[in-house]
Design a protein around this ligand. Structure first.
Ligand code: COA
Length: 157
């Protein structure tokens, strides 16, 4: 059965589940603080999508749309999706959940940019992502990979 992708709401249960993921950091902590301080409403939309196994969150990714005017990766400049924090919990890896999340992101029909974690390049290659090998001005230490929907593809040079 195909994995079901769920848009994650900001609530205490989800934020508790986020602690099981390695890439837990400032973003999650500030969501928790904002929720506790009632700065963000309980059950409001988060930028995360996830997959549940029973009632346990086993995979997640964050996805947000970047406006064309801030684009440094595509030519001509366009709106694209920044995909990050893709992670599948160890016991659930290799079952197609990572792929299902990436396919879901592709379904929006926009180019996608991600910064892969070390040693995950083979996975991203299989997903059709390629590296940005032209000389763009970019953040230090960044090694972006991109994916283009059909009909998009000219790179800046
Ligand atoms: N190395 C090589 N190939 C990999 C891979 C890896 N680490 N992880 C997945 N693949 C391949 C699978 O074999 C599969 O290939 P197929 O379509 O030909 O069968 C394809 O990528 C999709 O795999 P999937 O089952 O969807 O992967 P996943 O659910 O485990 O998600 C990650 C992939 C990398 C997101 C997930 O394993 C993860 O979060 N890992 C955390 C740690 C990490 O980044 N590890 C990298 C390796 S150390």
């Amino acid at each position: 059965m195909a994995a079901k992708i769920t848009k994650l709401k900001v609530n205490f249960k989800t934020l508790e589940e986020f602690k099981k993921f390695k890439e837990y950091g400032i973003q999650e902590l500030s969501m928790l603080e904002d929720l506790e301080a009632n700065i963000i409403e309980d059950e409001s939309d988060s930028p995360f999508y996830g997959i549940y196994f029973g009632d346990k969150l086993v995979a997640r990714m964050s996805l947000y749309q970047v406006d064309a005017k801030f684009d440094r990766y595509f030519y001509p400049s366009q709106n694209y999706l920044e995909l990050w924090k893709l992670e599948v919990l160890p016991d659930y890896q290799g079952k197609g959940y990572g792929k299902a999340l990436v396919e879901f992101a592709k379904g929006f029909g926009l180019p996608i940019k991600t910064n892969p974690r070390v040693k995950s390049n083979e996975f991203w290659g299989k997903m059709g992502f390629t590296s940005v090998d032209y000389d763009v001005e970019r953040d230090r230490g960044e090694n972006p990979l991109v994916w283009y929907p059909e009909g998009v593809g000219a790179q800046k040079y």
